[in-house]
Design a protein around this ligand. Structure first.
Ligand code: PLP
Length: 391
């Protein structure tokens, strides 16, 4: 007799990523120019590589303290205080996780009760929605307007609030939009959160890639300390994606519960990632400044090329690795357009709908490929537009 295993509805209901049909369309194709990746095709700074080599030579790969190497938590707490202006007690308010991905799930699973609503200013990073569903909560999309550079509309956000609204989750600088909410906007968001008694989850994984302003963390506002969870990581800022190391800081009482879940799921973050993270915190700043300047330049080149295509509009990028151009003038769905571009032009882009239904008619383009491949992708995109995009 075959055993019929019933999976739980929360997990069954997680929507499939729109990346799946894109990967399928790429199968068997060669020489694709990848303007879709969020995974920079770039080496880690030598400083970190050397530290890791030294560690590997010791042959020691133990479990670490469950909540992260004490010396990493201490160094990170100092860095958060110096750079982010966030106070995070390394014993009680800071947890080292397997990337922001783990941190997101831990926090959402810990604070969201079934039926709770969570505001997602949208288009939003795809896994935010999936995590809400996995936690039995209801994601409520609050539209961000491209005409307004994807800054929040607080009247609209207020209308989305119900007695069940628990939290607001956002990523700043933003994936997929490439925009950055300013200090003034974040201060207004703080007032809004205090007025409506909301928890804020702020994913700052792209913080180092804030191109025009000083980065600002909502968690640095003293009144927000007991209602903000700040998530950060080393994947993007130090090209350490595969080392899977991130962190979350928030109020001690909730972090206590978060740590229990972390212990159940992962025990601890792998030591290799934590050694890399410790090196990253000591990495010479010139190296990081060079990487940041390089990305700023790549994004500007891509942005200029894309807005020069007649009929395409795009919010001006200010951070992260992405732009989110609007192709609605051409009457194709985002998915059809992305697949057509793979088939006819050998260029991969992500359909905007990977970032929620409000991303319809947009593509997310990135600058994570090698510079020669980005250049090739841009020229193929321009050629495709000339041949096939008529409005
Ligand atoms: N948050 C955002 C907005 C991302 O873009 C990504 C990765 O692309 C992640 C989180 C995942 O980060 P990590 O590698 O730290 O798990």
């Amino acid at each position: 007799m075959t055993l019929n295993i019933q999976t739980v509805p929360e997990i069954e209901n997680i929507p499939e990523s729109k990346r799946v049909p894109i990967l399928r369309a790429c199968e068997g194709k060669e020489d694709l120019a990848n303007l879709a990746a969020g995974n920079p095709d770039m080496e880690m700074p030598d400083f970190i590589t050397e530290r890791l080599k030294e560690h590997i030579k010791t042959g020691l790969m133990p479990y670490t303290h469950y909540y992260g190497l004490p010396k990493l938590r201490t160094a990170l707490s100092q860095n958060l205080e110096d750079e982010w202006r966030i106070k995070a007690n390394p014993e009680t308010e800071l947890l080292i996780t397997i990337g922001v991905s783990e941190a997101l799930y831990l926090i959402m699973r810990t604070i969201l009760h079934p039926g709770d609503e969570i505001l997602l200013p949208s288009p939003h990073y795809g896994s935010y929605y999936q995590n809400c569903i996995a936690c039995g909560a209801k994601p409520v999309l609050v539209p961000l307007d491209e005409q307004n550079n994807f800054d929040p509309d607080f009247d609209l956000t207020e209308k989305a609030i119900t007695p069940k609204t628990k939290a607001l989750l956002f990523c700043n600088p933003n994936n997929p939009l490439g925009t950055v909410w300013s200090k003034e906007i974040l201060e207004k968001l703080a007032e809004f959160a205090l007025r409506h008694d909301l928890i804020i989850l702020m994913d700052e994984i792209y913080r180092e890639f804030t191109f025009y302003d000083e980065p600002f963390s909502i968690g640095s506002i003293p009144e927000m300390r007991d209602r903000t969870f700040t998530l950060g990581g080393f994947s993007k800022s130090y090209m350490m994606m595969g080392l899977r190391t991130g962190f979350v800081t928030g109020p001690a009482a909730v972090m206590e519960a978060v740590k229990k879940l972390h212990y159940c799921i992962t025990f601890c973050c792998p030591i290799s990632g934590q050694i890399g993270a410790l090196a990253a915190l000591e990495c010479p700043t010139e190296e990081m400044a060079r990487i940041k300047a390089d990305f700023k330049n790549r994004i500007e080149v891509l942005y200029q090329a894309v807005i020069s295509i007649s009929g395409v509009t795009c919010a001006q990028p200010k951070g992260a690795f992405y732009i989110f151009p609007n192709f609605s003038a051409f009457g194709k769905s985002a998915m059809d357009l992305a697949i057509d571009m793979i088939e006819k032009a050998n260029v991969i882009a992500l359909p905007g709908t990977e970032f929620g239904e409000l991303g319809e008619s947009h593509l997310r383009l990135s600058v994570c490929a090698r510079p020669d491949r980005i250049k090739l992708g841009i020229s193929r995109l321009q050629e495709y537009a000339t041949k096939y995009l008529k409005n």
